[in-house]
Design a protein around this ligand. Structure first.
Ligand code: FES
Ligand SMILES: [Fe+2]
Length: 352
């Protein structure tokens, strides 16, 4: 997991005005909505004596620890220590780490900034990251998260969640894998025995969004074209796969149908795959929701074809130089791994 990135971690509907506990990014987090509906996200551990804040309640938009009643606002600052009396000033270091939250498109992102809240699994042994630095501030984001610009209010949507027992990088890479289609999905989306992979074409947009173009075909005895030999379609065309670092993906199936996936890290060995259908084929509410439900079921069926294979991959976490014998068709995966290493290096540089 890469520090100093915006990660989709939940859907909007999963957070309400009660304190909710979620395991994400290898940490226990508590999320809730304040009186204005704004979402807050804190490390789920009271700075007094370590109780889970998610076991407490919300009092005037703040989370109250169930043990001795300390209250925290959305910035993680303790605003009241009842035993010291309501009028007593609260020491500045009486706080818990808070992750900046962004809510849009029915998703909740957190800025997983450097915080000293725990060792990032991608940091090296010896890195100075305290595991209990409760009073450390989180580095703040410089911008809001990126989303797919082609998705507008004309689409209706429905989402399914699917737990996978592997690192999120493996789940993500599976969605960039154009080689596996005729094998894993021989009876669904990979029908037709198109085993030869021309290209695939890849293109980075603004260094953050990767476009992949699929050119699979039946083996006619000719060698695959190289990535340089395949055409790069214009940016607004359909039939392509897009990746937004670090954990969002879109498949533009047609002008009226898209699948978006979020690869949400739970910890080093667990991921929740969110699969969302966006469509504007059907507008009448009853048909629309029927169609969306059907799409969710079919997406899940296809994801389970992937899951039974991907969960066997070792090591759990992928790596650019991990001893795997990669082939030309793996280019989108190689591009992802390169970018991931680049962002990990940048995050490590910011920490120094
Ligand atoms: S442990 Fe939370 S108030 Fe004491
Ligand atoms: Fe697949």
């Amino acid at each position: 997991m890469i520090r100093n990135q915006w990660y989709v971690i939940l859907e909007s509907k999963e957070v309400d005005r009660k304190p909710r506990k979620f395991r994400r990014m290898g940490e226990s987090l508590v999320l809730w909505r304040d009186q204005e509906g704004k979402v807050a996200c804190l490390v789920d551990r009271c700075c007094h004596r370590g109780v889970a804040l998610s076991a407490g309640k919300i009092v005037q938009g703040k989370v109250q620890c169930p043990f001795h009643g300390l209250e925290y606002d959305g910035s993680g600052a303790c605003t009241c220590i009842p035993a010291n009396s309501r009028i007593a000033a609260v020491p500045d270091n009486c706080r818990v780490p808070a992750y900046p939250v962004h809510e849009e498109h029915g998703w909740i992102w957190i800025w997983w900034g450097d915080a000293g809240t725990g060792r990032s699994p991608d940091t090296q042994p010896g890195d100075e990251v305290s595991t209990l630095a409760h009073n450390a501030g989180i580095t703040q984001p410089e911008s809001t998260p990126l989303y797919f610009p082609d998705i507008d209010g004309h689409f209706s949507m429905a989402t399914v969640k699917d737990p996978w027992n592997t690192h999120y990088s493996r789940v993500l890479e599976n969605q960039l894998d154009v080689v596996h289609l005729p094998f894993v999905h021989h009876n669904t989306i990979g029908r037709g025995n198109r085993t030869v992979v021309d290209g695939p074409g890849v293109e980075w947009i603004d260094g953050r969004m990767l476009y992949t173009y699929v050119f699979n075909r039946v083996d006619d005895g000719t060698p695959p074209r190289t990535p340089r030999e395949v055409p790069v379609p214009p940016p607004d065309s359909d039939f392509k796969i897009e990746l937004i670092m670090p954990n969002l993906w879109e498949n533009r199936i047609s002008g009226k149908l898209r699948i978006v996936a979020a690869f949400v890290p739970v910890d080093e060995e667990h991921t929740v795959l969110y699969l969302r259908t966006y469509q504007r084929i059907l507008q009448v509410p009853v048909f629309r929701s029927l169609f969306n439900r059907m799409m969710c079921r079919s997406n899940l069926f296809i994801a389970h074809q992937d899951r039974r294979v991907v969960q066997t991959q070792v090591p759990r976490r992928s790596a650019l130089r991990g001893g795997e014998q990669l082939i030309q068709g793996d280019l989108p995966i190689i591009e992802y791994r390169r970018k991931r290493d680049e962002l990990l290096d940048a995050a490590a540089g910011e920490r120094r």
